[in-house]
Design a protein around this ligand. Sequence first.
Ligand code: RVP
Length: 499
Amino acid sequence: MAKFYTEPSRTFSEYLLIPNLTRRDCTTERVSLRTPIVKHGRGEQPRLALNIPFSSAVMQSVSDDVMAVALARSGGISFIFGSQSVAEQARMVGKAKAFKAGFVVSRSNLTPDHTLADVRALKASTGHSTVAITDDGTPRGKLLGIVTSRDYRDSRDPADKPIRAFMTPYASLVCGRSGISLPEANDLIWEHKLNVLPIVDETQRLEHLVFRKDYDAHKEYPLQLLDANKSYVVGAGINTRDYKERVPALVAAGADILVIDASDGYSEWQRDTIEYIKSNFDIPVGAGNIVDREGFRYLVAAGADFVKVGIGGGSICITREQKGIGRGQASALIEVAEERDRYYEETGIYVPLCSDGGIVHDYHITLALAMGADFVMMGRYFARFDESPTRKLKVGNNFVKEFWGEGSNRARNWQRYDSGGKENLLFEEGVDSYVPYAGGLQENLDKTLGKIKSTMCNCGSISIPELQREARITLVSATSLVEGGAHDVMIKETGLSGD
Ligand code: RVP
């Protein structure tokens, strides 16, 4: 006879946190949201940790190289979507890794034979007043000089004056050498009162420019997540079919961590994929998704570095209604976190959990952490921002962004193009939708993080492990849910007569 779970499975909205004593020293400024993302032994530092417990979903409509840079700059991680060709995904990973905070690839470049008219035209089209002068006019050419607005008189100098006649030549420039760190570059900028510092290699080839004005911007991202080479930390999604081709390319492109992306991860294919990666590469890999203790144990035994929890809770996901599999996200997480803790007791190895999908309100993130997640993965949340890869459209009077599931025909079409029509879909597991446009990532993150920290203080916790240990969580009845929002009042709308 089939096994029955008689307790209904529950989701985040059915729970609330009960405040603990807030000590005087428990302030939002002191809250640390640093959290491990890969397994580690008792007392050991994890090889990779996030500064905020956020990851963006492995989805075409969410995580490309632009999102990866933006989120790593804020302290989280993106897993660049794998539902694209191996070459294109590796290119995105490479691009995000090549983006150096504060180090920019020169975007305005000319040769010494160009003229002042060319400088003016370039400035008018790009808005940049600093032009790198290289032997071939490319951003990676041999650096021969720099032109800024201080090098010419706009009203008096003739338009056909060649650049070689007025540029600041290489011999008069202060330059940094490849490999210089951002603080060192900034020291040179201050010491020599520069506006821009070119970085060149030993053959005088231009690599980057560091601008004085970016120094302050750099300081705005104190939580940015960097690797040992000062590049942003970048993750990538993989599947259980083409991993022998995809993983080597992603590793070569510089990916820091991988995750196997599947709606049901309790499978021998995931075990095979993990085994292949572990025996050929030194890169952490997360696996999932699972919703129970058995799935957790299976993936951990296979060697997963973190485990992703959640089936069917995603905002665009129709797996539950199409296939009848899944579990309420809170119940799944609570059970898996219990098992994770038991595993830790038994082995001394801590396996981080990612709660994936179904975050509707900001407080759901705090609940997920309190229930034992080490970080969350979100699709809808990030899809709303400027940094997501999809179009921003106006629908009626509102701006929206496009957002589609990985199980939708729209996402899966790439495979038809890519693999000659082998992967036609029998049925969809995701929908194609819009989400309300919400602006830039950083401003939205600031608000969400503010709420999480404030709630953590209510719960008397200034770190995620403390919250996981100390939180008191209660189920709420359907009736008390009604009281959760404004109730029994008439909400004021603007534009009412007499307002
Ligand atoms: P949400 O944050 O609620 O938008 O959920 C995002 C998650 O939904 C993803 O990380 C993934 O696990 C799941 N997903 C993505 N596509 C689909 C689908 O088409 N069914 N589901």
